[in-house]
Ligand binder design. Structure first.
Ligand code: SF4
Ligand code: SF4
Length: 110
């Protein structure tokens, strides 16, 4: 039986070429690690490396050493909101449940 091997650094390189950084709108939503529905609304736990003011990653250049996913891994794990540029044109992509509630809450604030 053959074993399928992959090299993580190669996956990252492919990911960078196929999904350039410039596409990111820096909304910070894919850095939400956990979401809970509470009586007061949605409670979100962000990655500790996200600067919530700027919505930028504080360890961006070394993010993979901190357990961050490549774009490709993120797509496979389904972490992006469906309006994220990296997935918006992907047929059958399903976003995590809390993004719809987050959009609803943000629309109410406007
Ligand atoms: S959800 Fe998409 S656009 Fe927003 S920060 Fe993540 S990758 Fe960038
Ligand atoms: S390491 Fe950076 S890019 Fe990755 S989830 Fe955390 S804040 Fe977001």
């Amino acid at each position: 039986m053959k074993t399928l091997r992959f090299k993580k650094d190669k996956v990252i390189k492919i990911s960078e070429e196929m999904f350039p950084d410039e596409l990111c709108e820096r909304c910070g939503r894919c850095c939400i690690l956990h979401a809970y529905k509470t009586e007061k609304g949605l409670e979100l736990i962000y990655c500790p490396h996200l600067d919530k003011k700027t919505k930028l990653c504080k360890v961006y250049n070394n993010r993979f050493e901190h357990g961050c996913l490549t774009v490709m891994e993120g797509i496979m794990a389904g972490v992006f909101p469906k309006d994220c540029p990296y997935v918006k044109d992907l047929k059958n992509y399903e976003e995590p449940w809390f993004y719809r509630l987050l959009r609803e809450e943000e629309n109410k604030k406007e």
